[in-house]
Ligand binder design. Structure first.
Ligand SMILES: Nc1ncnc2c1ncn2[C@@H]1O[C@H](COP(=O)(O)OP(=O)(O)OP(=O)(O)O)[C@@H](O)[C@H]1O
Length: 243
């Protein structure tokens, strides 16, 4: 039974692959309208954690609740948008055809579909490349198209695994503006990142290392508590304090 009204409640989640312990006793609650960042070095377990959030991986022990419903649950698919780290796109189709395919899966049709496709492509600034084949897209363009697809059905909760990898700083800024706009409309966003200046843009952060959440707080709190000028420094202090 889940007693919290958080949108995401992760309770004592552990995950092992064979002998390797990848997540260890993770407890975390995320509230409606928050932009929550999961920050940590490569291999810390960020992707594994977000995958088990949406039911793509099952934990070895512990429970996860989304919208107070225990995961995995197929009922929640329409309320959650997920952008994986590797792009799941059809290279032999145009961007528009990719968007139409995913929009149809969510039951978006006709004029509403066309309008939403235009809106999401505007957000990621790819409107001029709608009819281009995805195989001719650059890596950064593919990331932006994947992000556009995850926004199509206007999910209440967006889970984005390194959404801005390979995206230049100017466009990254405009994508973050889009995140704030979504937040203003009450959406909740979980984003994994390596990028420290992105971490500062989150409402709260979870610092991950070696499968553990070593600290949770607002960027300001984390810096204050460790007497650090930057999140990077704070991370090192928490990381060092652990071992
Ligand atoms: N399906 C799997 N089978 C075995 N080991 C796995 C599997 N998926 C992940 N791992 C291992 O779990 C650990 C955590 O990986 P994960 O991808 O969650 O880290 P991450 O923090 O997201 O890293 P990155 O930032 O590089 O994506 C790694 O050691 C990885 O090799």
């Amino acid at each position: 039974m889940n007693h919290t009204d958080a949108i995401v409640s992760i309770q004592q989640i552990s995950k092992a692959f064979g002998k390797q312990q990848v997540l260890e006793d993770i407890n975390l609650e995320i509230n409606e309208g928050e932009i929550f960042g999961l920050l940590g070095p490569s291999g810390a377990g960020k992707t594994t954690l977000v995958k088990q959030l949406i039911g793509l991986e099952l934990p070895t022990s512990g429970d996860t609740y989304l919208f107070q419903e225990k995961m995995p649950s197929l009922n929640l698919i329409e309320r959650v948008g997920y952008m994986a780290q590797s792009d799941a796109l059809y290279g032999e189709l145009s961007a528009k055809e990719n968007l139409q395919f995913f929009a149809s899966l969510y039951g978006l049709k006709g004029k509403a579909q066309q309008q939403r496709i235009n809106e999401v492509m505007e957000i990621v600034q790819l409107t001029d490349h709608l009819s281009k084949l995805v195989s001719n897209y650059s890596g950064g363009m593919k990331r932006r198209l994947s992000l556009a697809i995850s926004l199509l059905h206007e999910p209440e909760l967006l889970i984005l695994d390194e959404p801005t990898v390979g995206i230049d700083p100017v466009l990254r800024k405009s994508i973050w503006e889009a995140f704030y706009e979504l937040k203003k409309n009450g959406k909740t966003i979980i984003v994994t990142t390596h990028v420290m200046d992105e971490a500062d843009k989150c409402d709260r952060l979870g610092l991950m290392r070696d499968g553990r959440l070593i600290a949770i707080g607002t960027p300001e709190e984390l810096k204050e508590k460790t007497n650090s000028a930057t999140i990077e420094e704070a991370f090192l202090v928490y990381g060092g304090a652990k071992s």
